[in-house]
Every structure is written in structure tokens, then in C-alpha cells.
Ligand binder design. Structure first.
Ligand SMILES: NC(=O)c1ccc[n+]([C@@H]2O[C@H](COP(=O)([O-])OP(=O)(O)OC[C@H]3O[C@@H](n4cnc5c(N)ncnc54)[C@H](O)[C@@H]3O)[C@@H](O)[C@H]2O)c1
Length: 246
């Protein structure tokens, strides 16, 4: 069995996922980069180095693709130490204008996709009697206008995290979530300057976070020195979740 520490990061082609992969590599992990964006994924692999990472195309939303991915991990590496479920999408609109398709798509990728990855990892990690699962939720699970699909999916991820902490605790697998606030990534770079300014003004810290802020929290949760911590959600959101009206 290969003794290198192995981590898998979904949505690793860019943004927060890329920063997480970069940080885990500097922490000594070999990182399997998962994405549906082949060009971005291959560029990420090149930038991070083939000695430290490998890109594999996988749509986390597809049961067969996820199962095939985990079979290949078992064959090639024999174990998985850390799974980071980071891939996620937005389809924002107020509910009276939102299509059922946009509701289903966001729930399917963000929640069902994360569940599929967790199930496959849980089977491996139970058998190896060790592992960490880190799910990227969002501060938006507390509620955001125009995000009835996204907030529900991210709330679901927190429920899922808590249940898996209960189910996998006896097998020495720790499961936690990170809830980012407003982070400067390709996802938020699509927002208009006006909207961005409004959002930044609503932050206690009056600034956006960067992908490395999230990578830092993931690194802490993945660290072998971090023990006895499971089922929790760590907010990395410049204090927005405190909820005081500004
Ligand atoms: N940026 C923020 O402000 C912010 C805030 C809170 C939570 N988040 C969450 O953090 C995570 C990363 O966000 P980001 O801003 O880096 O987003 P991003 O859009 O920059 O990157 C997301 C990556 O996920 C990939 N992806 C999308 N659907 C996929 C699928 N079905 N299978 C595999 N890969 C898929 C995309 O191709 C992309 O490379 C998401 O879950 C997002 O909801 C982001």
C-alpha cells in the first residue's frame, strides 16, 4: 500500500478548490484534483506539479462517475486520507422567478453530488478505520435573498456533515464543514461592482476574503494534530454570520 498522504479536492480547477489543493500539497499531501472543467483542471495540475497532483475529470453529480473515480483511487493508491467536497454552483433568482430546473440543478450538484462523494469515501474510510471529510458549505445557509436553491443546498450540507460525524465517529473518521463568506474567486468576480460593494459594506471586516483563508481552515481540519473535533461548522466569513445588522 502507498503510504503517501492522499487528499481529493473537488472543484479544484480554480478558485477556492485550487487554493485548497495548493495548501494541502504544501502540507505534504498528494492531491487528486477533480473537476468538470478539463482545461482548468489540466492547467491546475501543471501549475501544482505532476509529482504532487493528478487531474481526473469527474462530474460529482453523476453516481456512476463518482463510483468509478473511487474504484480508480482504491486501485491506484489503496487509501484516501482526506476528502474535500468543494465543487458547487449558483443559479440565483428570487423564488417567484426561479425555474424548477434551476432549483433541482443546484440541489443536485451541491447536495446530492456532495452526498455521493461522501458515500463513496465513507465506504473506503470505514474499512481503513481513518480519514477526514471536509465539506464546503456557505455562510449563505443562514439565508440570502435570491438563493432559495443555494441556501437550501448548503444547509443540507451542514445536516449531512453532522449525521456523518455520528455515523463515522466510531470508525475514526472526522467530518466537518467550512462555511465561507464572501470570497474573491471566479464565482464572485461575475458579480457587478455595485452588488460587490453592497456586500462588502455588510461585512464586519469591510473586505472580501481570499481563497487562501478557506484553504487555511481546511488545512487545520485535515491536520493529524487536529483530533476530537467533528460534526462542526467553521465560519470563515469576516464575521458576517454574527448576524448583527450593520
Ligand atoms: N466564492 C465565494 O464567495 C463562496 C462563498 C461561500 C461558499 N462558496 C463555496 O465554495 C466552493 C467553491 O467556490 P468558488 O467560489 O471557488 O467557485 P468557482 O466557480 O470559482 O469554482 C468551482 C469549481 O467547481 C467546479 N464544478 C462545478 N460543478 C461541478 C461538478 N458537477 N463536478 C465537478 N466539479 C464541478 C467548477 O468547474 C469550478 O472549477 C463552492 O462550493 C461554493 O458554493 C464560495
Amino acid at each position: 500500500m502507498n503510504k503517501t498522504k492522499i487528499a481529493l479536492v473537488s472543484g479544484a480547477a480554480k478558485g477556492i478548490g485550487y487554493a485548497i489543493a495548493e495548501r494541502l500539497i504544501s502540507d505534504g499531501f498528494f492531491v487528486i484534483l477533480i473537476d468538470i472543467d478539463d482545461t482548468g483542471g489540466k492547467t491546475a495540475e501543471e501549475k501544482l506539479g505532476k509529482d504532487h497532483s493528478i487531474f481526473k475529470h469527474c462530474n460529482i453529480d453523476n453516481e456512476e462517475a463518482v463510483n468509478t473515480l473511487f474504484d480508480s483511487i482504491m486501485t491506484e493508491y489503496g487509501h484516501l486520507d482526506v476528502l474535500v467536497n468543494n465543487a458547487g454552483i449558483l443559479r440565483d433568482r428570487m423564488i417567484h422567478k426561479m425555474t424548477f430546473e434551476d432549483f433541482k440543478k443546484v440541489i443536485h450538484v451541491n447536495l446530492a453530488g456532495t452526498w455521493l462523494m461522501c458515500r463513496a469515501a465513507a465506504r473506503m474510510m470505514r474499512a481503513q478505520k481513518s480519514g477526514r471529510i471536509i465539506n464546503i458549505s456557505s455562510r449563505a445557509w443562514l439565508g440570502n435573498l435570491g438563493q432559495s436553491n443555494y441556501s437550501a443546498s448548503k444547509a443540507g450540507i451542514i445536516g449531512l456533515t453532522r449525521v456523518l460525524a455520528l455515523e463515522l465517529g466510531p470508525h475514526h473518521v472526522l467530518v466537518n464543514a467550512v462555511a465561507p463568506g464572501l470570497i474573491d474567486t471566479p464565482l464572485t468576480q461575475k458579480l457587478s461592482e455595485e452588488v460587490k460593494e453592497k456586500l462588502i459594506k455588510a461585512q464586519p471586516t469591510r473586505e472580501m476574503g481570499c481563497p487562501e483563508d478557506i484553504a487555511n481552515a481546511v488545512s487545520f481540519l485535515a491536520d493529524n494534530n487536529t483530533q476530537f473535533l467533528t460534526g462542526q461548522t467553521i465560519y470563515v466569513d469576516g464575521g458576517k454570520s454574527i448576524g448583527a445588522g450593520l
